[in-house]
Design a protein around this ligand. Structure first.
Ligand code: EPZ
Length: 429
């Protein structure tokens, strides 16, 4: 059994403030880390086979620590060494996920599919909503019930039991990323074949299918809206390299664009970034697709754009806050319509504190560009809102103090180190 020798979560997230002095150009190379939203389902999938799997290019993030805490609680051992996460799921001694961790991180709900597939039972606290919306799990449960699981909810826990999962045809009313992933993992070991219709098409779904197929699963169609899973008897441990983080890459592209800086991003998959590149091009930014990365050539003047967030391959909701921060300095009026989550404008009041001119009507924000932003004291109300504060602070006049930075450390590996590397005036206090 591998010893769990990774640093405890609190070591990863020193809860301090980030202080940025704006107005400085950036230059140089940023290495993009492995994708948070790929590695979290990959970690859950590593519970399916008995044995030791390895996930390379795993970013050192709070959310990765939370997920490892959940797996340790369930009996798997995890260890982390220079970017490689090793997971030994030989023995799973527990089918009840820990209350605290699940409340902290919704993605821990992704252990439900593997637990049902492996142990025939799962007992998981109802995941809390979060700052960006209620985030129900009805589509996950619909899939598990279709595959034969009996589901009950009692004192804030969801209990699921099944003798053996069987294949099913499942239509998702919304192309939910998490539901697609949870059902794919469960169906991999089900008896018979499963079809997921109106499946999510995000690159992270394809990455998970590749990992599962490397374990011996038989999954076809990942990345399209119809995913077919042919159940197998057992899966074997595998080694996998996580795809680069398209949201981190997009966030750094905006940090370059808003400071009128030229940056080179290495370790990117350009095709994953198309919707972001398209909107940056519309606002006057040129992106050069180089051999081993992307070069960002900023616009002289930021042009206003219209954005509507949609499931992939539409414009990603996870880039909405950062792009809004960038558009606060556009020469004209932009609009952003958020169609995926019902409350993902928590960053608006914080941007207004810096002088932004934003009006919200329902799920649409109208951004009137202003000549400048001024530094101030703001909060990272959630992960991507925190990234938006960094984008704004890098261009604002004077100093900005960002509070609640633990949200930022959930999804951006070594954000301070990477920004210092390219000349940002940034520190933790
Ligand atoms: C994933 O969350 C990502 N998280 C989110 O990234 C991302 O914003 C989201 O997909 C959309 O792209 C991870 O991958 C760990 P959904 P997930 O299920 O799976 C509704 C970030 O910043 N829905 O696709 O929870 C739900 O309410 C995070 O990195 C149901 O109605 O997203 C929401 O409105 C934030 N019933 C919409 O679907 C369900 O059973 C999208 O949710 C499930 C979801």
């Amino acid at each position: 059994m591998l010893k769990t020798f990774r640093r405890k979560t609190q070591e990863v997230t020193p809860v301090n403030n980030i202080v940025i002095e704006g107005g400085h150009k950036l230059s140089g190379v940023v290495h993009i880390s492995g994708a948070k939203n790929a590695v979290l389902p990959l970690i859950a999938a590593a519970m399916l086979p008995e044995g030791v799997s390895q996930i390379e290019e795993t970013p050192w993030l709070t959310d990765v620590c939370f997920m490892c805490d959940v797996l340790n609680y369930l009996g798997a051992a995890t260890s982390y060494e220079s970017g490689t996460l090793t997971i030994d799921a030989t023995e799973l001694s527990n089918a009840t996920a820990p209350f605290e961790e699940v409340q902290k991180m919704r993605a821990s709900f992704l252990v439900m599919g593997p637990l049902l597939a492996r142990l025939g039972q799962a007992r998981i606290p109802l995941p809390g909503g979060c700052a960006i919306g209620a985030r129900p799990i009805d589509l996950h449960l619909k899939g598990f019930e279709a595959m034969g699981a009996g589901i009950t909810i009692s004192d804030n826990y969801i209990e699921a039991r099944v003798n053996h999962l069987h294949g099913a045809r499942i239509y998702l009313d919304f192309p939910s990323v998490g539901a697609t992933e949870n059902i794919m993992m469960a169906a991999s070991l089900a008896e018979g074949n499963t079809v997921i219709e109106n499946a999510a098409k995000e690159p992270e779904i394809v990455d998970l299918a590749n990992f599962l197929n490397a374990m011996g699963a038989k999954i076809k169609g990942a990345g399209t809206d119809v995913v077919r899973i042919f159940g197998v008897e057992e899966l074997r441990p595998a080694r996998h390299t996580t795809i680069p983080d398209r949201i981190e890459a997009g966030s750094f592209m905006l940090m370059a664009a808003i400071t009128r800086s030229e940056l080179f991003l290495e370790n990117v998959i350009t095709s994953h970034l198309q919707p972001i590149i398209a909107k940056l091009n519309d606002s006057g930014v040129r992106i050069i697709d180089d051999i081993d990365g992307l070069r960002v050539l900023p616009a002289k003047d930021i042009l206003p754009v219209e954005i509507k967030t949609l499931p992939y391959p539409g414009f990603p909701t996870d880039m909405q806050a950062q792009f809004m921060a960038y558009l606060t300095l556009a020469g004209g009026c932009s609009s952003i319509k958020e169609t995926v989550f019902e409350n993902r404008f928590m960053h608006v009041p914080e941007l207004r504190k810096m002088g932004a001119d934003i009006t919200v009507r329902g799920n649409t924000a109208v951004i009137n560009g202003v000549p400048k932003l001024k530094g101030g004291r703001v909060a990272a109300t959630d992960l991507r809102a925190g990234a938006a504060m960094i984008v704004a602070a890098l261009a604002a006049e004077g100093e900005t103090v960002i509070e609640q930075v633990d949200h930022i450390y959930r999804g951006y590996e070594d954000i301070i180190g990477k920004l210092l590397q390219v000349g940002a005036h940034i520190r933790e206090e």
